[in-house]
Design a protein around this ligand. Structure first.
Ligand code: TYD
Length: 217
């Protein structure tokens, strides 16, 4: 694998602004001459997009927790093999909207599935590929959900099956992220997502610049 490659993942609750921030960060990197690939979970491949539809459809309320975890992991296995690993091998910077930490946060901390079992499943799915840097854009669950609902009202966003879960679930998810970030501070960067989009973008750029410099990229 080329020393230039870097896997950066973005985590955060609904309405944390990941979808706005990632393309802006990609533009910034491209302007500086880096070869960047943006991708998203669950999806990013034709097979992954089909799996995404099954998971997120309001029609599938009866989906079991284990089924949900395995489907997310199946989509991830596909994107890692088909998109992420080849891009890293080609020396690109990969910006991925959600990754294995989402399964630990949502299906583990959120739904209460066994964390060790989920770690084994996600490791199997990714072949052990761990991000070099993970941004967690932190916003309290009520603010994130209110933002997302506001977007849905204006037609700019949509509330999927998982967004509609109760507030306590989203609060557990947030706690999970904060716990994971605390356990591995060398990989995680926690960003305050309650600031304006411009300030969040500036902070992301500064942290990423630091990472590139540290690695001599
Ligand atoms: P999406 O509409 O892509 O939302 P977002 O913009 O918040 O990323 O829906 C993804 C949803 O799937 C989101 O609620 C988080 C959830 N999710 C899991 O529960 N587990 C996972 O492993 C992944 C990747 C996502």
């Amino acid at each position: 694998m080329s020393v230039l490659s870097l896997l950066v993942t973005f985590e955060g609750p609904e309405g944390s602004g990941k979808t706005t921030q990632i393309p802006l960060l990609a533009d910034y990197l491209r302007e500086r001459g880096y070869d960047v690939l943006c991708t998203r979970e669950p999806g990013g491949t034709a097979i992954g997009e089909q799996i995404r539809e099954v998971i997120l459809s309001s029609k599938n309320d009866s989906i079991g927790h284990e089924t949900e975890a395995l489907l997310f992991s199946a989509a991830r296995a596909q994107i890692v093999a088909q998109v992420i690993r080849p891009a890293l091998a080609a020396g690109r910077i990969v910006l991925c909207d959600r990754y294995a930490d989402s399964t630990i946060a949502y299906q583990g901390y959120g739904l209460g599935l066994d964390l060790e079992a989920l770690r084994a499943i996600t490791t199997f799915a990714t072949g052990g590929l761990i991000p070099d840097l993970t941004f967690y854009i932190d916003v309290p669950a009520d603010i994130g959900l209110a933002r997302k609902k506001g977007q849905a009202g204006s037609g700019a966003g949509e509330m999927n099956r998982l967004d509609q879960k109760e507030m306590a679930y989203h609060t557990r998810v947030r706690k999970g992220y904060i716990e994971m970030a605390r356990q591995a501070p060398e990989r995680w960067a926690v960003i305050d997502g309650t600031h304006s989009a411009a300030i969040v973008q500036k902070t992301l750029r500064e942290r990423l610049d630091e990472e590139l410099k540290k690695r001599g990229i």
